[in-house]
Design a protein around this ligand. Structure first.
Ligand code: FES
Ligand SMILES: [Fe+2]
Length: 349
C-alpha cells in the first residue's frame, strides 16, 4: 500500500484553541512545522516554525515572545505576527527575503484550523463545521493522541465501525455493530462520504449505559459524515427500544445524542494527529459523566492507536502490489480513499 499523499490546498485542524496561548506552540501539519501563538489581542497566528536564518525552531527555548514579536533564541532574528522580520543582529538593513511563511488561521468550533497550500485559495467558507463542540446545549470532552501511522489508516478505521465489535468490545462494541449492514452515500463533488448503520434492537454498551443511565436494550443509530480530508463526524443516537423516531422537524426529545468528532491531521507521511471530541446533549455539565466519557473514549482511541501503529509497520514492510480484499463494510472507506486521491491529484496540478 503506497502512502496516501497529503492533500494540499486544504484546511486542517492544527490544535484545539485551548492549546494555544502566550507560549510558543508548534505542530507539524502535512510535513510543515507550524508555529502557533496568540497575539496580545487574543488572535491565533500561524507561521513557519523555522527561523529563516539558520532554521532554529522558533518554538524552542530560548526563543520567546516579546509583546507581539517572536525573538529567535539562536541569534535574535525578530518577527512580527505576520511573519515579517523586523530586526536582525549587527546590521540595520533587513534582507527583503527575511520573512517566515505565514499560514491562514481560523479559530472555529473549538479548533484552530490552518490552511496548508496556496494561500490565495484559502476560503474560510470551505471549513466544515462541528458546532456542537462549542455550543450551549452540549457538553464536550476532547483530546488528541499521536498516531505512528499514515492518516489513510485512520480514515479506513473510522469509516468502518464494524471493528468496534472486535477492537472495542466492553467499551463501545457489541455484536450488533458488526452484524448490521450499512448504507453508504457519496457526494464525490463535495468530497463527503456518509455511512449509516441503524441498529433497532441492540445491547447497550458500557460507554452509553453508564453515561445515559439506560439499563435495557437500545435503538442505536450511527450516522457518519466524513468531510475529506480532515473532519469526521459521527452522529450517534441512543434511545430505549421502542422510542419513536425523530419528528419530521428534527425534534427527538426522548433520545440521547452524542456527536463524536475526529480531526484527522497528517503530521508526516507516516504519522497523524488523532484529535477526538465527544459532545453530548444530556447530563450537561455533569463532571462525573464528563470524566467517564473522557476516560472511556480516550481508552477506545488508544485501542485504535495501538492497532494502527502495528498495522503501519506491517503495511510499511509489505511488498509492492499487495492485494487487499474488500467487502461491503469497506464501501465508505474505499470512497474516502478515492476522494483523497482525487483531491491530492487536483492540488498537485
Ligand atoms: S537561527 Fe534564528 S537567528 Fe539564527
Ligand atoms: Fe475504533
Amino acid at each position: 500500500m503506497t502512502t496516501t499523499p497529503f492533500v494540499r490546498d486544504q484546511w486542517y485542524v492544527a490544535a484545539y484553541g485551548y492549546e494555544v496561548g502566550r507560549e510558543l506552540f508548534s505542530r507539524t501539519v502535512c510535513g510543515e512545522p507550524v508555529l502557533l501563538w496568540r497575539t496580545e489581542a487574543g488572535e491565533v497566528t500561524g507561521m513557519s516554525d523555522r527561523c529563516v536564518h539558520r532554521r532554529f525552531p522558533l518554538s524552542q527555548k530560548p526563543s520567546h515572545l516579546v509583546g507581539d514579536q517572536v525573538v529567535c533564541g539562536y541569534h535574535g532574528f525578530t518577527y512580527g505576527a505576520d511573519g515579517a522580520c523586523v530586526n536582525v543582529p549587527g546590521q540595520r538593513r533587513i534582507p527583503r527575503t527575511a520573512r517566515l511563511t505565514s499560514y491562514p488561521v481560523v479559530e472555529q468550533d473549538s479548533f484552530v484550523w490552518v490552511w496548508i497550500g496556496d494561500r490565495e485559495l484559502a476560503d474560510e467558507k470551505l471549513i466544515p463545521r462541528a458546532p456542537w463542540l462549542d455550543q450551549p446545549g452540549y457538553t464536550t470532552v476532547s483530546g488528541m493522541e499521536p498516531l505512528a501511522a499514515r492518516h489513510g489508516l485512520l480514515v479506513d478505521n473510522l469509516l468502518d465501525l464494524s471493528h468496534e465489535t472486535y477492537l472495542h468490545g466492553g467499551y463501545i462494541g457489541t455484536p450488533e455493530v458488526a452484524e448490521t449492514p450499512i448504507t453508504t452515500e457519496v457526494d464525490e463533488q463535495a468530497g463527503i462520504v456518509r455511512v449509516s448503520r441503524h441498529m433497532e434492537d441492540a445491547v447497550c454498551p458500557p460507554f452509553y449505559a453508564e453515561s445515559t443511565g439506560i439499563t435495557g436494550r437500545i435503538t442505536r443509530w450511527q450516522d457518519i459524515e466524513y468531510h475529506a480530508p480532515c473532519l469526521y463526524l459521527l452522529h450517534s443516537r441512543i434511545a430505549p427500544v421502542g422510542t419513536p423516531p425523530p419528528d419530521a422537524d428534527g425534534g427527538d426529545p426522548d433520545a440521547f445524542h452524542v456527536e463524536v468528532v475526529y480531526a484527522i491531521t497528517p503530521e508526516t507521511e507516516n504519522s497523524t494527529h488523532d484529535f477526538w471530541a465527544v459532545a453530548r446533549d444530556f447530563a450537561l455539565g455533569d463532571e462525573k459523566v464528563s470524566g467517564f466519557l473522557h476516560d472511556n473514549n480516550r481508552t477506545v482511541v488508544l485501542q485504535d492507536v495501538v492497532a494502527l501503529d502495528v498495522l503501519e509497520k506491517a503495511v510499511a514492510a509489505e511488498r509492492d502490489g499487495y492485494q487487499e480484499l474488500s467487502i461491503n463494510i469497506d464501501t465508505g472507506g474505499l470512497a474516502a480513499r478515492r476522494i483523497l486521491k482525487r483531491l491530492a491529484e487536483e492540488a498537485a496540478r
